[in-house]
Design a protein around this ligand. Structure first.
Ligand code: HEM
Length: 427
């Protein structure tokens, strides 16, 4: 939201700096006095949590890289060396591996929040599209990071996923195989593959940082959406970001970090696969190759389709379709709180995605395959049919006249009683 700067440097050095590089002005305007809707709930704290985990991943990763050896005959042992010999190496590694899981847990909540409250709708389409690109970059980064351990699951996950490109052979004979061998740097997954995955795993987080900067820029132009999904109209609709949301974000972060630490200290391998403690063996394929939990819904979609090429198309489409949500959703009302039909379909979509996650971890046969197909069908049906059609036929419930009214519980169609507290200024 464009607002006149209220930054007034007092110190001479601050004044000197301000006319040359107004970085303090930018921080003051965008992080301190930035007018933020006063009705944001805890689901709005996940952007900050994500920023924190991006920093955790980069800091722990940089130190891990000082001890890790990207060679097919030393990678696995170097990870064990980090765990046993490097001072605090076990903590660094467990923070990095569980940090990735926390990062994905937070991003799924962040995405679901955006979908429930219609945060992708005009004028926030670019913000959303940048988010989808961040998600893709996160997936690529974690996939590459997992391969570096060079355990059985690392090795076979790389083999399965890189082999997906071979499905292009069905379009141009030999094209897919050529691409796969180019990615591998040879005729099988091996040392050249490990080296390039390592290089890209180090590079991509910096690309994510750039994308996050654009993401937040694109957020601060239109300003935040909010649980009521209505625009800021009155001055009383907003409060300064600091101290109100720095405190709220800080509190939520502390709670989330407790969960993170519970995994790191009490169940550090719970989210991983035991087979990844067996060194990669190209001569022995594990009976079930499963990716990390956060890829399971997409893995289930991939395996639900009997044809390899169409499976890959469904897999790619399941993520790329998200890019078009701003245009697939025809509803004039943003927040699902006032959408009596859509909110149930949304709940079904969440259940469907969780079910896909469960099915992705099961063997692709019998009843699991049948359920995977049903859930895959609903996944696409929801995004391509339910979203456009329900938006056209549904009659929204009564909405509050302003964000201030929403906070005070006035005129809300949600039937919630008025809140006991008034505005923070009056408290
Ligand atoms: C590294 C990953 C990410 C970081 C650090 C990040 C950061 C942020 C931050 C700080 C905010 C403002 C606070 C908040 O609304 O929670 C935000 C808002 C938003 N993000 Fe993200 N984000 C990430 C990934 C994503 C992804 C993957 C998507 C969607 C595919 C997404 C979509 C959005 C949307 C739509 C908003 C606007 C929220 C609103 O005001 O309603 N973000 N993000």
């Amino acid at each position: 939201m464009a607002h006149a700067s209220s930054y007034k440097p007092t110190w001479a050095i601050a004044k000197w700096f301000d006319v040359r590089l107004p970085v303090m002005r930018m921080m003051h305007d965008q992080l301190q006095v930035y007018p933020t809707p006063r009705n944001l709930n805890y689901l709005w704290t996940f952007g900050g949590i994500l920023t924190f985990f991006l920093a955790v991943q980069m800091m722990t990763g940089i130190v891990l890289a000082m001890h890790y050896v990207p060679h097919e005959s030393m990678a696995f042992d170097s990870v064990e060396h980090i765990m046993r010999n490097v001072n605090w190496g076990w903590l660094l590694r467990y923070m990095h591996s569980n940090g990735a899981s926390m990062f994905f847990l937070a991003v799924y909540i962040h995405i679901a929040r955006g979908m429930y409250y219609g945060s992708y709708k005009a004028p926030r389409e670019i913000l959303w599209i940048l988010g989808v690109f961040i998600f893709l970059a996160m997936m690529a980064t974690s996939f590459m990071g997992y391969s570096l351990v060079w355990g059985q699951m690392s090795f076979w996950a790389v083999t399965v996923i890189t082999n997906l490109f071979s499905s292009l052979d069905a379009i141009v004979s030999g094209l897919g195989t050529a691409i796969v061998q180019w990615i591998w740097g040879g005729f099988a997954v091996g040392n050249p593959t490990l080296n390039r995955l390592y290089s890209l795993h180090y590079l991509l987080p910096f690309v994510i940082v750039g994308l996050v900067a654009l993401h937040i820029w694109a957020l601060h132009v239109p300003g935040n959406n909010n649980p009521a999904g209505i625009d800021v109209k009155l001055k009383s609709d907003t409060i300064p970001f600091h101290p109100y949301y720095t405190l709220k974000d800080g509190f939520a972060l502390c709670v989330f970090v407790i969960l993170f630490m519970a995994f790191v200290f009490y169940a550090p391998n719970y989210l991983g696969h035991p087979d990844n403690y067996i060194e990669a063996n190209p001569l022995q394929t594990p009976p079930h190759i499963v990716p990390e939990w956060y890829f399971l819904p997409f893995y289930a979609i991939l395996r639900a389709i009997p044809d390899k090429l169409f499976g890959v198309i469904a897999f790619v489409s399941s993520i790329s379709v998200l890019l078009f949500l701003p245009w697939l959703d025809t509803s004039k009302v943003k927040s699902a709180r006032y959408r009596p039909i859509y909110k149930w379909f949304f709940a079904l979509f969440v259940i469907d995605t969780v079910a896909l996650g469960y099915l992705g971890a099961q063997p692709a046969e019998g009843v699991f395959l049948l359920y995977s197909r049903i859930c895959t069908a609903y996944y696409f049906l929801h995004l391509l049919v339910v979203l456009p059609v329900v938006g056209l036929i549904e009659k929204p419930t009564a909405m509050p006249g302003s964000i201030t009214d929403d906070v005070l519980g006035k005129g809300s169609g949600s039937g919630r009683p008025a809140r006991a507290t008034a505005s923070p200024e009056r408290r």
